[in-house]
Design a protein around this ligand. Structure first.
Ligand code: URA
Ligand code: SF4
Length: 214
């Protein structure tokens, strides 16, 4: 088996576990689980929040309006869905698209940890505050977005959630600028240079604060 086939088989096994998971109450209201989608050896992984209505219907991540916006954003830097793996911190839809609760995030965490370990992406782009909190605990997204750091040898790059940009189109230019910035950082990484995140590590850490709107 090739390395890619082996990774795909391991991801498939995780998705199968998710399909019958009952570790949190979201299992009672879901239509389908949404384990994530994309190449098993993707260099870039996006992590969103949780499935919405359309994702829950189709079992696929980011297929509703947020997904259309994400597709546009990818296309604007020459990428397509085939180039990236897209997952979520929670694999089942919260009722009425409410925020995931801490107990649900905790219950679901192990699946995403294992998916990341299999895919082993060089870059993780977090979309919104819930996936950002994995790598930037206590950070506020209005300040942290677009400022990457290295975690476990990966470039972790926080961005707004597409739904936030759809709600507030004024965020569009910043989102676009962040997408360009992450592509530049990836190119520099590939060219053998240091990614530009070390700037951030000299700053004093932000005190833990209540997560703000996004
Ligand atoms: N929003 C998310 O965070 N994830 C999805 O899969 C769809 C919308
Ligand atoms: Fe299991 Fe995660 Fe779905 Fe909860 S959200 S039932 S932990 S797969």
């Amino acid at each position: 088996m090739s390395d890619l086939q082996e990774k795909a088989a391991r991801l498939y096994a995780i998705a199968n576990e998710i399909a019958t998971c009952k570790k949190c109450p979201l299992c009672n209201s879901r239509t389908r689980t949404v384990p994530g989608a994309g190449p098993a050896n993707a260099e870039i992984m996006f992590i969103g929040e949780a499935p919405g209505f359309h994702e829950d219907q189709q079992g696929l991540p980011f297929v509703g309006r947020s997904g259309q916006y994400l597709n546009q954003l990818l296309a604007s830097v020459g990428l397509s869905r085939k180039d990236v793996f897209i997952g979520n911190v929670v694999k089942c839809r919260p009722p009425d698209n409410r925020d995931p609760e801490q107990a649900e995030l905790d219950a679901c965490k192990d699946y995403l940890d294992r998916q990341i370990a299999v895919i082993n992406p060089r870059v993780i782009i977090t979309l919104g505050r819930f996936s950002m909190a994995r790598y930037f605990p206590g950070a506020r997204i209005t300040q942290a977005h677009g400022h990457p750091r290295q975690v476990d040898g990966r470039l972790c790059f926080p961005m707004y959630h597409p739904a936030a940009v759809l709600r507030n189109p004024n965020l569009g230019p910043e989102m676009q600028a962040d997408m360009k910035k992450v592509m530049q950082a990836i190119q520099e990484m590939k060219a053998g240079g240091q990614p530009p995140e070390q700037q951030g590590s000299e700053e004093p850490p932000e005190p833990p604060v209540q997560l703000s709107l996004f």
